[in-house]
Design a protein around this ligand. Structure first.
Ligand SMILES: [Fe+2]
Length: 259
């Protein structure tokens, strides 16, 4: 299938699970069942037979060569992730989950996601100073865009009936922190395929908000995030400077300046 970008031709071959940018294969890395041992609900699930099953594929810097100047000028990367619809021991297939490092003023790098195909629940979790956690479950479908706010660890959970294809724009200079999630035995809750939601006992007090993806007012929904970034990089300054991302009147806004 052809993805939603115009400034580069991204084609995903569903049979081979390969992504091509203008006909050239994009390298990818995989996450396998065995790598999820610390973070899944049903820890007994993993065995010799299934531990090499691929749960998702990460195509980093997909199609970025085509518009290398504008991406490298601001240290921004565009990635595509394809998450299988796999039964992870009764749990929906999900990403390992991670936090981003701090940039400045106690704020970590945010990230912007876009759902290209399928259905996802983003689990966002932030640790407060008193040890409690703020949790948000954001349900999103093809065409939706969702911000991972500064300081929120995040997980993509494929709750659809097919593969989930999502893309993201993020600063390209940092390494994500996966250990904080592994130490806690996974995210703050587990979404099971039978419809149950199980809280992870390693997390103390939590407050939970459940919502549908909302329109982000400063983004152009007639364009993919790739294309909007190419034509208006100044809309994405918040990816490098989180203090430019503002939560006002129940929606996101940004301060812009030359980028
Ligand atoms: Fe991230």
């Amino acid at each position: 299938m052809k993805l939603n970008t115009l400034a580069v031709n991204l084609e995903f071959d569903e049979n081979e699970r390969k992504l091509f940018a203008d006909g050239k294969e994009v390298p990818f890395s995989t996450r396998k069942v065995g790598e999820m041992k610390d973070v899944i609900f049903n820890k007994e699930f993993i065995n010799i037979k299934n531990r090499n099953d691929v749960l998702y594929r990460m195509y980093r810097a997909a199609g970025v060569d085509k518009n290398a100047t504008v991406f490298s000028a601001h240290n921004i990367r565009y990635d595509v992730t394809v998450i299988e619809n796999y039964d992870l021991g009764g749990e929906f297939t999900k990403t390992l989950g991670h936090y981003h490092p701090l940039v400045e003023k106690g704020l970590a790098y945010p990230e912007l996601y876009e759902v290209i195909s399928g259905e996802v629940v983003y689990l966002l979790q932030k640790r407060n100073e008193d040890g409690s956690f703020d949790l948000q479950l954001v349900h999103a479908k093809a065409g939706d865009k969702v911000i991972m706010p500064p300081n929120y660890g995040h997980f993509s959970i494929n709750v659809g009936s097919d593969v989930l294809i999502e893309a993201n724009l993020v600063n390209s200079t940092f390494d994500s922190d996966y250990k904080a999630v592994q130490k806690m035995g996974g995210g703050a809750l587990f979404l099971l395929k039978n419809g149950n939601m199980v809280l992870n006992r390693n997390y103390a007090e939590i407050s939970l908000k459940h919502s549908e993806a909302e329109k982000i007012p400063f983004l152009d929904y007639s364009k993919s995030i790739y294309d909007e970034y190419i034509s208006h990089p100044e809309h994405f300054i918040f990816l490098n400077k989180p203090e430019f991302l503002l939560w006002k009147h129940d929606s996101w806004d940004i301060e812009t300046q030359e980028f």
